[in-house]
Design a protein around this ligand. Structure first.
Ligand code: ATP
Ligand code: MG
Length: 388
């Protein structure tokens, strides 16, 4: 039995003149993401994208799982393809739906005939197929008002398609249609969620991670790589830049007043991230900050941080509670990795009493105790790139 996946486009359909760009990008993303799974034909017609495996032994469970994580898809269903012959359609439906019919108590059959040369019209097709299934599965009743499942038969130009029930897609808009942005990624719970949320809005990601060896370990960095791999199931591939941050942090520790450690460190992070972003055609930065979560995430601290860069800084979690963020991190499977205990550069040299209402002039004069510009340039020059 030959199976395909039928995809219904999401918000894309609202995009007027841009629609074609969005669709083309989605098709490209689908092809790209399915490549490790097998050879597929991906065809877009009549606002449905059909994904057809070209080899018999293709793992369609994995393909469906992969498709469920591609942004720009509202819903998808797995369908069986057969010849446009009503007897064959009935028999194929009976076999294909065996599993579905073992777990439902009622159904109705519907049909859509876009190939008008097919001898039966839609009501006749539904009647034929519905009658056949009702007889084959006497424990499943026909219920046209409130069925557990709707069996759909579509007669298209090339073949007949039979499916039963659709799955919700990942929603959002296709990655790449929203431009590029750089996510500041730590090993924590929040930043992977922030990355996921912006990818959902069509952003292609570049990741920037600050490491401070020997205060942070190689395991901490590996953890970030693992997190990004999980994120990339949704966002597609990306580059990760690991920035050597030790010297700047030691300078801050040695020269600045303790209560400004975090805020100055965050300013340096933003300066460096912006430089890396520019080199990668990114037009915004993304962080996992949430208002009031820690001392460096008050309005005043955020204002002091943003003061060093001209790019917009997206903070998709800004109004969310930790519980809400954790819920998403569980859904995208990053939570279990995030909670592994490895130190982050943010947690080395943390002040006991950080400034929650820093005065920008004081921050700048503290920061100017360091000859930071050459160190920033050095850090950017010595980044290490990992392909995710
Ligand atoms: P997270 O769970 O994402 O680590 P957090 O609540 O622990 O966030 P902070 O540690 O204050 O908050 O970091 C705030 C944001 O700064 C993070 O969401 C992330 O975007 C960025 N950030 C923190 N540490 C790093 C790092 N080592 N490399 C890159 N970005 C970082
Ligand atoms: Mg953190």
């Amino acid at each position: 039995m030959k199976e395909v996946i039928l995809i219904k486009l999401g918000e894309i359909v609202l995009k007027g003149l841009n629609r074609k760009n969005f669709e083309d990008r989605l098709i490209k993303n689908i092809k790209h993401r399915l490549r490790p799974i097998g050879n597929f034909k991906v065809r877009n017609s009549q606002s449905t994208v059909t994904v057809t495996p070209l080899n018999e032994d293709t793992d369609m469970d994995t393909a469906a799982e992969c498709i469920s994580k591609i942004f720009g898809i509202a819903a998808f269903s797995r369908a069986c393809v057969c010849e446009k012959d009503i007897e064959k359609i009935k028999k194929t439906a009976g076999e294909y739906l065996e599993d579905d019919f073992s777990s439902i108590r009622s159904f109705k059959a519907e049909a859509k005939r876009s190939d008008k040369s097919f001898p039966l019209n839609s009501p006749q097709i539904s009647k034929e197929v519905g009658g056949y299934l009702a007889e084959l599965y006497p424990n499943v009743a026909v219920d046209v008002h409130n069925p557990d499942a709707v069996v759909m038969v579509e007669i298209r130009d090339d073949a007949a398609y039979i499916h039963c029930g659709s799955h919700r897609g990942a929603g959002g808009i296709p990655v790449g249609t929203g431009g590029k942005a750089a996510i500041l990624i730590s090993g924590g719970i929040d930043s992977p969620v922030a990355a996921f949320m912006m990818a959902k809005r069509g952003i292609e990601l570049t990741a920037v991670h600050f490491a401070s060896p020997p205060y942070t370990s190689i395991r901490a960095e590996e953890k970030v790589v693992e997190l990004l791999k999980r994120v990339s199931r949704y966002s597609g591939k990306m580059k990760m830049y690991t920035v050597p941050f030790t010297k700047l942090q030691e300078e801050i520790r040695d020269k600045c007043h303790e209560e400004y450690f975090t805020i100055i460190m965050r300013r340096f992070m933003m300066m460096i991230a912006e430089k890396i972003a520019l080199k990668n055609e990114c037009r915004a930065l993304i962080t996992g900050e949430s208002l009031g979560q820690v001392a460096s995430q008050t309005i005043g601290a955020i204002a002091c941080t943003d003061n060093v860069c001209t790019m917009p800084v997206f903070r998709p979690l800004i109004g969310m509670d930790k519980e809400e963020i954790i819920e998403i991190s569980r859904k995208i499977d990053t939570f279990d990795i995030s909670v592994q205990p490895y130190e982050d550069c943010c947690t080395v040299f943390t002040p006991k009493h950080p400034r929650t209402r820093p005065v920008i002039e004081n921050v700048i004069s503290e920061q100017n105790k360091i000859n930071y510009e050459p160190l920033i340039i050095e850090a950017v020059e010595n980044v290490r790139i990992t392909e995710i």
